[in-house]
Structure formats: structure tokens, C-alpha cells
Design a protein around this ligand. Sequence first.
Ligand code: 5GP
Length: 181
Amino acid sequence: MKALGEKIEGLKVLFTSDQIQTRIKEVADKINTDFVDSEELVVVCTLMGAVLFTSDLIKHINVPVKLEFVKLSSYGDSTTSSGKVKPVDLTLPSLEGKDVLLVEDIVDTGLTANFLLDYVKMQHKAKRVKFVSMLDKACARKYPVQIDYAGFEVDDKFVVGYGLDHKGFLRNLPYIGYFPM
Ligand code: 5GP
């Protein structure tokens, strides 16, 4: 098994751990500015891909945070979207009157983001809902979505690492990369 942080054979690094951490601080600064008056920010992490991003991001958020999780699946073991969102667990407390920050790992076709935004906006009477994604694969968009804060834009490649998996593996890489064809 490769040690954490060691390069995986054939994997090309897109964003190093340092680049990711620097960008996260910049994104957090914007969120802190927008929510400066917030008494309670409910951060909703989308499992499993956004877990590393969420845990690093919230360390830099300086308004009172409550952390919640939802679990969705659209890729399964494939490297392309199934075209359907599988809601595995959408259990959330009441978000009525709350500030909400939805956190995704990557927006590809936009299907998952739209599903999540519709679910939170329709089911819960939140005060403000903002959406942050670590990566934006804008060139692959089929369903338009407003991303309020994005870490990096990526080309139409299947990326792994920093939460993003391939068949369940590679989520623990501290950097983001891809396997050139
Ligand atoms: P969408 O619904 O926008 O098509 O896809 C969103 C979900 O598909 C992401 O949350 C992520 O789980 C998965 N996904 C999309 N693109 C990639 C990718 O390049 N790599 C990996 N590992 N997962 C991806």
C-alpha cells in the first residue's frame, strides 16, 4: 500500500495539498464576509466526497457553525454520472430561519447540486442558503447551477483525491489528481 501523500503511479497532480489549503482559506474569507452577521451557520456536508474539504473549510469559518451531513450517490463505481441521484440519507434537523451552507466536492453535470439545493430550499424554510464546491467541472454542466463559492475549475477529467474516490479508494490523498488517458 502507498503511504499517505506518496505519489500514485500514473497519477498526475492537478492541485497540491498546499494549493488546496491556500485556496480554502480564500474561500472561507469570502464566506466569513457574507455571513458576518450570522448567529448560526448550518454547514451541510455531502458525503462522502466533500468530507475532507468540509473539515478543512470549517476550521477557517469564524461564525458559529453547526455541522450536518447528507449522503447522496450519483457515480457509484463508475467514472461517469449515472444521470440519477440516489438519496442515501437526507436526514436534517429543521433549518427554518437558519443560515445554511451546502458543501459539495465537485459539480459535474449539476444534477446532484440541483437536487440538493431544491431539497433544502423546498423542505426547509432556511433564511439564507449558499452553495460551495471544492471543484467546478463547468465544461460538463448539463443542469445550470449557481455556485456561490468554488475552489478550482477543472477540465472534463475524472479527478481523484482529497475526498474524491475511484471505486472507493484514493479519498485519503491530500492532493487532487487524475490518470491521463
Ligand atoms: P453531478 O451530479 O454534478 O454530475 O456529479 C456530482 C457527483 O459526482 C460529485 O459529488 C462526485 O461524487 C461525483 N463526481 C463528479 N465528477 C467526478 C470526478 O471527476 N471524480 C470523482 N471521483 N467523482 C466525481
